[in-house]
Design a protein around this ligand. Structure first.
Ligand code: FEO
Ligand code: CA
Ligand code: CA
Ligand code: CA
Length: 715
């Protein structure tokens, strides 16, 4: 027998962490609905003038209108003075962070920073065990919890817990043996054992490499304190911990204990191990943190002999020879925690193998960051899909808790969960999320919208259509959404709720992979750049089943206004972005692929972009420069570029301290645009943040930003 080292690129194209298209439902698409609304604007324009009507021609009833008890809802609230007080910066292709004049920053907690245990110093030689005591990779959603531990938005602005999601990893940067190998950003090394004839008889990965990758996933929780000169430092603390792709977790809600989640590891279907692909996050009113499981399906394979709908509809690799995203199931120790990523049928029944392991992922998971022993809880009542994150509406004493979640994959949906029980500040905890109603959004062409309940036995979610229980509806949330007639969307990413009026905003990042421009169904020939939709719930009741929606922003370039900066092919107005007033986006505002989203206490809308690695800095995307961040005024619609990031990354994660004087954001996957041949030659397009590729690969990290005069960020 001989052994051959092969570098391996994932079989399914998960190189950028996004899922393949798997929804071919015929429900009207969001794009076709937008087209209908645009047509209506043209009708109305003749009598009233487009400017007075707003971009979509129909005013957003309820938006910016104050509370529901306000009798005078037609009166828009006056714009706060100088909501945006900084000077916009230009786009950038530089390998650095750029912030507006009068702002400064420093880098905190790059991947590999020690936070716990023996505090192992970062090195590319770190072991898998070392990684379990260090900050994970690919920083994403994040929250700053004031150290008092009572209210997630009030308390200390100089001392707290920073909690960060780690979405995925870039194996070529993680292992000494990957240096000099021709590996793209998702590539891993697989050893093929060959027989005398050269046929592959066994495939395996180095177990410690797999362990290190698994331990770089998950969540980091660590204490940070503000020192002199606005420099924040990580503090050793008993609350510092890592949650990884191996951490024991409980399954709660209607799916707990059902046949869908019974495995060899947990024959009772009550426990599972780890979390995967944690993208955006959520912050509950009771001061806990929620992490999403987004593109988890690609981590599994099932061999194709059985490909049940709870695999197929989510994109689990069903080819006979395919591997999971990083081929973890091939770890050469053969240990159970790795083998489980092979979800093929191997035993007589489900408690003898891991055919159900993929059903243990795709949930929102809750953890109390102030309890170092807390076992994370998978809250299944919120549905199973590619959860980008979850955003809670401000809790109202005596009313249900309401939260929203997007399914980031092409033509997937936006959901809302309304608890069965009412919020009580003194007693409510995470168990309130285990009973309630999951709804999915239907956006009508006339600007109205409906929340359609996903309840077993209603709206076609019956045995006739293959649904046997509420657990079945929740495990197969995407199918349930299709069945009730939900609107397929252009990849829903982050959501945000305006704390001052309850308006809900969602980024729809793009829908570039589909032949959209065939019948005029899309407002643009191809939705390469995405948009931001917002809505107001009926009567100001966040639990309402009706809403009114509008577009806050249509992302894109400056069209004719900036055609000198566009490539020849892109000098078409159908790529130009628009603000909420219908104005073409200025040089201060043009953007593509909005993703991260957060609204601060003053209602500034913070927008972060994620142009994919395959598109950045070229073609229609060249004018956008590197991925970046904006602030917007929700009343005037003005948008200004606030930050530009280094090469190959996306900007994601956004939170200030309660006093709004410190802003934390994340830089994810710098250098991901570096090709396999460039990496093999010892070069990288980015050396951020360390600036010395001989010592460090490019690393995801948090960036801490302050205003030099000590003022409110953005003001
Ligand atoms: Fe992880 Fe949809 O971005
Ligand atoms: Ca995202
Ligand atoms: Ca991304
Ligand atoms: Ca994205």
């Amino acid at each position: 027998m001989s052994t051959e080292l092969r570098t391996h690129m994932t079989v399914i194209d998960h190189g950028e962490g996004d899922e393949p298209q798997v929804n071919y439902s015929l429900n009207p698409t969001f794009a076709s609905i937008l087209q209908a609304r645009l047509a209506r604007r043209d009708v109305l324009k003749g009598s009233m003038g487009a400017a007075a009507l707003g971009f979509m021609g129909v005013g957003l009833v309820g938006c910016n209108s104050g509370s529901s008890s306000d009798d005078d809802e037609a009166e828009p609230a006056p714009a706060p003075a100088a909501l945006l007080g900084f000077t916009a910066i230009p786009t950038s292709e530089a390998d650095e962070i750029i912030v507006p004049e009068g702002y400064s920053y420093h880098v905190l907690a790059p991947w590999g920073t020690p936070i716990a245990g023996a505090f192992p110093a970062f090195s590319v030689n770190n072991t898998g065990a070392d990684q379990a005591d260090q900050v994970g990779s690919h920083h994403d959603g994040m929250h700053f919890f004031p150290i008092e531990g009572t209210d997630p938005h009030e308390g200390s602005s100089t001392d707290g817990l920073l909690v960060i999601n780690h979405e995925y990893v870039e194996p070529r940067y993680m292992h000494e043996n990957s240096i000099g190998q021709n590996l793209g950003s998702g590539g891993v090394r697989i050893y093929d054992d060959l027989d005398a004839e050269g046929e592959v008889i066994n495939r395996r990965r180095d177990t410690d490499e797999v362990l290190k990758e698994m331990n770089a996933h998950g969540i980091s929780i660590f204490r940070i304190i503000k020192g002199n000169n606005n420099e924040w430092q990580i503090q050793p603390d008993n609350l510092n911990r890592r949650i990884t792709a191996l951490t024991p977790m409980a399954i709660q809600g209607p799916v707990r204990g059902t046949s869908f989640v019974r495995t060899l590891h947990s024959p009772t279907g009550t426990m599972t191990r780890g979390t995967l692909n944690n993208c955006a996050h959520g912050v509950t009113p009771w001061n806990t943190y929620m992490f999403s499981e987004e593109n988890w399906a690609g981590y599994f394979r099932n061999g194709g002999k059985a490909n049940p709908r709870e695999h197929a509809r989510y994109g689990v690799n069903s080819s006979a020879t395919g591997t999971g995203r990083y081929a973890w199931e091939l770890a050469d120790s053969g240990a159970d925690e790795y083998v489980r990523f092979d979800a093929s049928i191997k035993a007589a029944n489900a408690t003898g193998d891991y055919r159900n392991e993929p059903n243990c992922f795709g949930w929102m998971v809750e953890v109390d960051p102030f309890n170092a022993d807390a076992v994370p809880q998978k809250r299944t009542a919120l549905g199973r899909f590619a959860h980008e994150g979850v955003v809670f509406a401000p809790a109202v004493e005596g009313s249900p808790v309401v939260c929203y979640s997007g399914d980031d994959s092409t033509y997937q949906h936006i959901y809302k969960f309304v608890t069965a029980q009412n919020y009580n500040r003194a007693t409510t905890n995470g168990s309130i999320l285990d009973t309630g109603t999951l709804y999915v959004a239907k956006f009508n062409a006339d600007g109205s919208g409906e929340w359609l309940p996903l309840v077993y036995g209603e709206n076609g979610l019956t045995n006739t259509n293959g649904f046997t229980s509420q657990a079945d509806v929740l495990v197969n949330t995407r199918l349930a959404a299709n069945t009730v007639g939900a609107t397929p969307m252009d990849r829903p990413e982050w959501g945000a709720v305006d704390p001052n009026n309850g308006d809900v905003y969602f980024t729809l990042t793009n829908n570039s992979g589909l032949p959209e421009g065939d019948g005029g169904a899309n407002p643009r020939a191809q939705n390469r750049h995405g948009q931001i939709v917002r809505w107001a719930e009926a009567d100001g009741d966040q639990a309402a089943t009706q809403f009114e929606w509008d577009l806050f922003l249509l992302a894109g370039d400056g069209g004719e206004a900036h055609k000198d900066k566009l490539t020849i092919d892109d000098k078409t107005d159908n790529l130009s972005g628009r603000d909420m007033n219908g104005n073409v986006l200025t040089e201060d505002a043009y953007m593509s692929s909005p993703d991260g989203l957060w609204i601060d206490k003053d209602s500034r809308v913070w927008i972060q972009t994620d142009v994919g690695e395959g598109s950045q800095n070229s073609g229609a995307f060249k004018i956008m420069g590197n991925n970046q961040m904006f602030a917007a005024d929700p009343v005037s619609g003005e948008v200004r570029r606030f930050l530009t990031g280094p090469i190959g990354q996306e900007i994601t994660g956004c939170i200030t301290t309660p006093d709004q004087r410190t802003l934390f954001i994340n830089v994810q996957h710098p250098g991901a645009t570096t090709s396999g041949t460039e990496w093999a030659a010892g070069t990288n397009r980015s050396s951020w943040p360390d600036g010395n590729l001989n010592l460090y690969p490019p690393r995801s990290a948090t960036v801490v930003i302050w205003k030099d005069d000590g003022g409110v960020i953005g003001s």
